[in-house]
Design a protein around this ligand. Structure first.
Ligand SMILES: Cc1cc2nc3c(=O)[nH]c(=O)nc-3n(C[C@H](O)[C@H](O)[C@H](O)COP(=O)(O)OP(=O)(O)OC[C@H]3O[C@@H](n4cnc5c(N)ncnc54)[C@H](O)[C@@H]3O)c2cc1C
Length: 404
């Protein structure tokens, strides 16, 4: 059996890309943050399926909770490349707040872009400091890839909308303070909106709302005990005549798809960065274990014929990284390339799955020891292939963009 002692450094990663000094500073800050978390805590979050809220607040205090937003509403004023570097470094070591942080920033995007001044003040500022944690409610039991099939409804009633329905698999569902929720508006809206009166305007009924945790009629349903991405209080959200003030509509009626897409276009790049980190973490674990085994004379210097495979895995990590930061760079131009984001998300999560799978195969039973994080990365990468649009759907989106 091979020794599983693992180095925590990955000095050789990121060599292919040139970053600005500010981006490099974020990389180092995130790496230091990640490396300080005891491995026992990383394993416990996963094995006991618990979320470390204090760690999330600490990351926010270090400016990571609103990194890619201007300082006007409490943001840090960094760019998206920097935020991706943070995510990559967090994923490399399975930092147990990574997914919640990614979704938290994803939720701030639509409030920043489509929110009223009051909504920005009420939700963005406390989100930056970590006082509030946000979650994103799109998926339903009968509507995953096909968002047109949403069944949650929002009906205007005086000063409120009444929401009815169930959302499922919501990251941070059990811990969040507010939720960006997509629902189908039924009946007349609370006032005439420009998009409804514009001649020839295409009507869409999906609308976004900001729902606070303690709004009446809102309950947390089943908590999921999943194979991967554990420790993020992934839950169902249940709306039973939930009263949402009219002022909490985000944008206008029918803007829900636009709101969701604005988040997901960036969110998929974040996931690509996370998956690059998983792949790097798996490769690091493999290499350090092989080196230890070589030093102990357990394998020969040609790695017993494994060098070609190790080379292939290193290429998989680096190609995911190049695509990811191309996509992140396009976000920073102000015109995110959604096709590139789909390519990056798909490639990076598929490659992370491949690197983790092969690394475990090479190390055999030693590869399954929790301290090495390989088996965790293997399970998380599987989930990464599914959420924010499955990889089959990403392929369809890419083809559709090319064929249109
Ligand atoms: C860990 C985790 C966290 C999540 N967090 C959130 C969250 O915070 N918020 C949220 O809203 N959702 C969240 N989700 C839900 C996630 O986004 C959905 O699971 C995902 O969009 C797929 O939807 P589905 O599970 O209903 O699968 P389905 O859409 O039912 O798809 C089932 C299978 O059919 C394939 N398929 C579907 N349609 C087509 C098609 N037209 N052509 C080819 N193949 C197709 C899919 O690729 C998939 O393989 C999370 C999921 C996971 C696993």
């Amino acid at each position: 059996m091979l020794n599983t002692k693992r180095s925590t450094s990955s000095e050789e990663s990121h060599l292919s890309l040139k970053y600005t000094s500010e981006q490099l500073a974020w990389l180092k800050r995130a790496r230091a943050f990640a490396d300080k978390i005891p491995i026992e805590d990383v394993i416990r979050a996963d094995s006991e399926n618990i979320f470390f809220r204090e760690l999330f607040q600490k990351a926010c205090q270090e400016g990571m909770g609103a990194l890619p937003f201007p300082t006007t509403y409490g943001g840090t004023g960094g760019d998206y490349v920097s935020f991706c570097l943070v995510n990559e470094e967090f994923a490399r070591r399975c930092v147990p707040i990574m997914s919640s942080l990614g979704v938290h920033v994803l939720c701030q995007e639509p409030v920043y872009r489509f929110g009223t001044e009051e909504q920005k003040r009420r939700y963005l500022i406390p989100s930056s400091s970590g006082e509030y944690l946000a979650a994103f409610g799109l998926t339903e039991p009968n509507a995953g890839s096909d968002t047109a099939a949403l069944e949650t409804t929002a009906r205007h009633d005086g000063d409120y909308y009444r929401l009815n329905g169930t959302k499922t698999f919501i990251t941070s569902g059990g811990a969040a303070d507010y939720y960006i929720v997509m629902a189908k508006t039924v009946g007349e809206p609370h006032k005439p909106f420009a998009s409804q009166t514009a001649p020839g305007a295409k009507q869409d009924t999906i609308t976004a709302f900001i729902v606070e945790r303690d709004f009446p009629g809102f309950n947390i349903g089943q908590k999921f005990d999943m194979l991967g991405m554990r420790g993020y209080t992934t839950c169902e959200l249940v709306f039973n005549d939930c009263l949402v003030p009219v002022d909490n509509m985000l944008g206008e009626p029918g803007w829900g798809r636009k709101v969701a897409l604005s988040s997901l276009a960036k969110g998929r790049v974040t996931i690509a960065a996370q998956a690059t980190g998983w792949a790097q973490g798996a490769l690091d674990a493999l290499i350090s274990t092989l080196k230890t085994a070589y030093r102990k004379g357990e394998i020969n210097k040609d790695l017993d014929g494994m060098s070609e495979l190790v080379g292939d895995l290193a290429i998989a990590v680096e190609s995911a990284r190049v695509l990811t930061y191309q996509a992140a760079g396009s976000v920073d131009t102000g015109e995110p390339d959604v096709t590139l984001a789909a390519m990056a998300k798909m490639t990076a999560t598929d490659n992370a799955m491949r690197v983790a799978t092969q690394a475990i195969s090479i190390l055999e039973s030693a590869g399954l020891e929790p301290e090495l994080l390989l088996e965790r990365i293997f399970r998380d990468a599987k989930a990464g292939q599914i959420y924010e649009g499955t990889n089959q759907i990403q392929r369809m989106l890419i083809a559709r963009a090319l064929l249109k």
